[in-house]
Design a protein around this ligand. Sequence first.
Ligand SMILES: [Zn+2]
Length: 218
Amino acid sequence: MGKSGWLPDVSSNFFFYRTLAINCLQKRDYNGAAAALYDLNGCLGEDYLVTINTESFNKAMADQEVYLCNHCTMDVVRIVNKGEENEHEKTVQETREVPTNQVKLINVIIPFIDSVLTGNTTGIVWFCPNCMQENSIRETKKIVPTRERPFYLKVVAECPVRGDGISNRMGFDESFNNWFQNLLEEINWQEVLYRKEYTAQHDGDDMDSRDSDGGDKP
Ligand SMILES: [Zn+2]
């Protein structure tokens, strides 16, 4: 296995539990799959642990509504080839999202010419906390970012419980799969953050060891 050097213990545990979880899921051993995911989550350690709590998850989801700023963009980090040997991050530019609960809506008197066009003398605006520019609420898109986008909450709902009867069982397969993918994505993202911090902390160490192995110093 490539990737020499980083997080030797954690990375092999991580590989083990991730493989186990996916194998269990493929065999529809849902208890095993959930248990392996919990162990995988545990590999991250306290600071990066994904919380598993339905109430906190629902609260976090309710806070997900965002306005799109018409004036600025933001960096979004995407993971390319997740779980593959050549996995890497890519930063892309997307329209700036501002959580609606961070925005203050202000009633303003609008310019005469606009008031003639719209028939209103006042309008509602908000100021983007990033670029400080004014957005008219009438021209603002409000969205709930979808899960496909890299938008991590560090919290997921509790594992779905299997009900009785065939129809429930059909529903359970799907809801378990969704839950599984969701938690796995969250854990993968925390692993990326973990690895980033680890690399930042140990960059100097690598340089030192290379220097001492590699003979002549300038
Ligand atoms: Zn802006």
